[in-house]
Write a protein that binds this ligand. Structure first.
Ligand code: HEM
Length: 184
């Protein structure tokens, strides 16, 4: 049995895992097949650190959706753990190329735009998307970020997100890790 998408309206299967996406979900574009494990909404805790700041905790909600075209739309928002106040947010598109490579375009209210290329690897329990920024563009008032790297690893109903950046004069250094759970 292959790991390709089998869609009967609202259902997708990936390996042994079945996903329900709502009655009116359009057919998945074949280029998105390897990304099926990402689809849906994820929620959970995260931890942040960087040499120039105090470490912090946050809550994250991350959604990957599709409209039948060859990309997934990504929307993320985070909250301060204690107060619930909004922290970082971002929105963008994952663009699988069908040959194991993938692109990501992403914009942030902090004045930063990232354009990534990377790889998609199907795994026994999900998928591993590993991205390195080709370009980081800054609005005039944004903080100085030179390079970024991002990784999204799905294992069953757990999504682990990691983020590294070279910023504020520091070399590429880990800034964030969140461990999210698939929402029903
Ligand atoms: C889950 C998403 C994120 C959260 C919750 C988060 C949270 C934070 C917090 C709480 C700070 C310290 C705030 C302060 O002291 O001003 C910070 C600093 C910073 N973050 Fe993030 N961040 C996130 C994502 C990002 C991303 C995607 C980038 C870059 C593309 C980024 C770049 C920075 C920079 C440059 C600083 C400033 C460091 C400094 O002032 O020395 N952050 N972040």
């Amino acid at each position: 049995m292959t790991n390709g998408p089998r869609h009967g309206g609202d259902r997708f299967a990936h390996g042994h895992v079945r996903y329900r996406l709502g009655m009116d979900a359009p057919d998945l574009h074949p280029l998105n097949a390897a990304l099926i494990p990402l689809l849906g909404t994820w929620h959970g805790p995260g931890e942040g650190a960087y040499p120039t700041i105090r470490s912090f905790s946050y809550g994250e909600t991350l959604t990957f959706g599709h409209v039948g075209k060859p990309f997934l739309a990504l929307q993320q928002r985070t909250q301060e753990r204690e107060s619930g106040l909004p922290l970082h947010a971002e929105a963008g598109y994952l663009r699988p190329q069908g040959d194991g490579t993938i692109e990501l375009v992403l914009s942030q209210p902090s004045g930063i735009v990232e354009i990534h290329t990377g790889t998609v690897a199907e795994t026994e329990a999900g998928v591993d998307v590993d991205l390195t920024a080709e370009a980081v563009h800054l609005s005039p008032s944004a903080k100085m970020v030179r390079e970024t790297r991002r990784r999204y690893v799905v294992e069953g109903d757990t999504l682990t997100c990691d983020f590294w950046m070279a910023a504020m004069g520091e070399p590429l250094t880990h800034h964030l890790r969140s461990v999210l759970t698939r929402q029903p």
